[in-house]
Design a protein around this ligand. Structure first.
Ligand SMILES: Nc1ncnc2c1ncn2[C@@H]1O[C@H](COP(=O)(O)OP(=O)(O)OP(=O)(O)O)[C@@H](O)[C@H]1O
Ligand SMILES: [Mg+2]
Length: 440
């Protein structure tokens, strides 16, 4: 990657330049703002190290010009030691980071690497957005918030490989949509994307559904049936809710993934299959594997790449775009949303994530009397997200306790065990958070 160093001191340029070259970067140098802008206009330079104090044009001015030419440029400003005001100012102007003089080379390298990471994420994202915008991918995918950018960039990179991908996310965060995005970005996009809900297929039918069966293999098998694995040949098989797969079926799935061959029920010979596996879960599969609730070997097979979809409350920047998308999807006549109503949506904590937002917008648009959605139309009172750390920790603790209790069918001994605390402490905490035992 190309890095431009702008500094009026030749020694400084030489030291930093040589150091970065040793670390594999291609370095360009400029002794002042004018020369820097010339180079910047000539060829694409994604990253600039800019000395703040220079004769002629100072760092602020150069930064402004650079950003006019390429708003996505990552600029690390080199400021005088202790010049906090300058650092704050340049960050406001759009610098990606700053570094105090005298430059600590290791620190510099860390910041350069972080910037490179952001540039790569941004590049992946641009490519994905272009494909989406030009309609080459038949999906609408919203994701401008920082954690979603990260997720989309990972999707772009893993899509090119043949390896399994595991998508994590709470209910309604868009796991299925993400699985489709991985498929559409992959070289397999012209073959099928086949969805399997592991929680919904009855255990007795699982093998026949996935691997197919031969005529007469069992009562009711009146003819040959192709399994979903074969439907997905050369394409993608999406195993949704993989955490719910019963243990003996986990063993069967593992074998298929290892051997890349399936045998239909009642068939004599196996058939080769070439299928990309994308699995999704809203559970902590690693923890389940550690606790013996999910096969460790299958977990390692599936978890070659991970994509984490953050809950909507952690990426509220995406809410306005999603609201607009869903309004356009459901409205039969033009409808607007008032800014107070939008504010309410932004403050809500969205336990059901994007799906909940979609349902609410659908309802609001359908029931809207005039052509403006008002705050009073919104059926819930937003819960302010806890702002200070101790409040947030309490919230997390309460949620974890509830999760454990639900998972263990409200049997306190087991929930306490799962949480790694004594039953007495659990009872105390339940009282503290006003959690009533559903079994009593
Ligand atoms: N980033 C997004 N951009 C646009 N639409 C989205 C996005 N994420 C989710 N949606 C929409 O929200 C709804 C729920 O998404 P999806 O079914 O993919 O979630 P999920 O994580 O699979 O949920 P569940 O855990 O309940 O199966 C879908 O209609 C989907 O199209
Ligand atoms: Mg789903």
């Amino acid at each position: 990657m190309k890095i431009l160093i702008v500094d009026d001191e030749p020694v400084q340029r030489a030291i930093i330049g040589q150091f970065l070259e040793e670390h594999g970067f291609q370095v360009l140098e400029a002794e002042d703002g004018r020369r820097a802008l010339d180079l910047f206009r000539k060829g694409f330079i994604p990253l600039v190290l800019l000395d703040h104090r220079m004769p002629d044009m100072n760092g602020d001015q150069v930064l402004e010009e650079l950003m006019k030419i390429n708003p996505l440029v990552q600029v690390i400003m080199i400021t005088a030691y202790g010049a906090v005001d300058t650092a704050v100012k340049v960050m406001k102007l759009g610098a990606a980071d700053f570094l105090e003089k005298p430059v600590d080379l290791e620190l510099l390298l860390g910041k350069v690497e972080a910037a490179v990471n952001r540039i790569e994420t941004e590049t992946d994202l641009q490519e994905v957005s272009t494909e989406l915008d030009e309609g080459r991918i038949p999906l609408t995918f919203i994701g401008k918030s920082a954690p979603m950018k990260e997720a989309v960039s990972t999707a772009k990179r893993v899509a090119a490989t043949p390896w399994p991908v595991l998508i994590y996310g709470e209910t309604g965060t868009g796991k299925e949509l993400m699985a489709r995005l991985v498929h559409e970005l992959s070289p397999r996009k012209d073959a099928e994307f086949v969805e399997v809900n592991c929680a919904a297929i009855p255990e007795t039918l699982f093998e026949s559904e996935l691997f197919g069966h031969k005529k007469g293999a069992f009562t009711g098998a009146s003819r040959d049936k192709q399994g979903l694995f074969e439907f997905a040949q050369h394409g993608t098989l999406f195993l949704d809710e993989i955490g719910e797969l019963p243990e003996h079926l986990q063993a069967k799935l593992l074998r298929v993934l290892q051997e890349k061959r399936i045998t239909a029920v009642g068939a004599l010979r196996p058939v080769e299959v070439d299928v990309r596996i994308v699995a999704a879960t809203n559970r902590d599969l690693k923890k389940m594997a550690d606790q013996g609730l999910f096969r460790q070997d299958l977990y390692f097979r599936l978890n070659v790449f991970e994509i984490h979809l953050p809950p909507l409350r952690e990426r509220k920047d995406d809410i306005p775009d999603l609201v607009n998308l869903f309004m356009a999807k459901y409205q039969t006549q033009p409808v607007r949303i008032s800014s107070e109503a939008m504010d309410r949506l932004l403050k809500y904590h969205w336990p059901g994530n994007v799906r909940e937002l979609e349902h609410i917008i659908q309802r609001l648009v359908t029931l809207c009397r005039g052509n403006v959605i008002k705050a009073s139309d919104i059926p819930f009172v937003p819960r302010e997200t806890a702002s200070n750390l101790s409040e947030r920790l309490k919230q997390v603790e309460k949620e974890e306790i509830l999760k454990a209790l639900r998972a263990k069918d409200w049997i306190q001994t087991r929930a306490a065990e799962l949480l790694g605390i004594s039953e007495r402490v659990l009872r105390y905490k339940m009282k503290k958070y006003g959690i009533k035992n559903k079994r009593q």
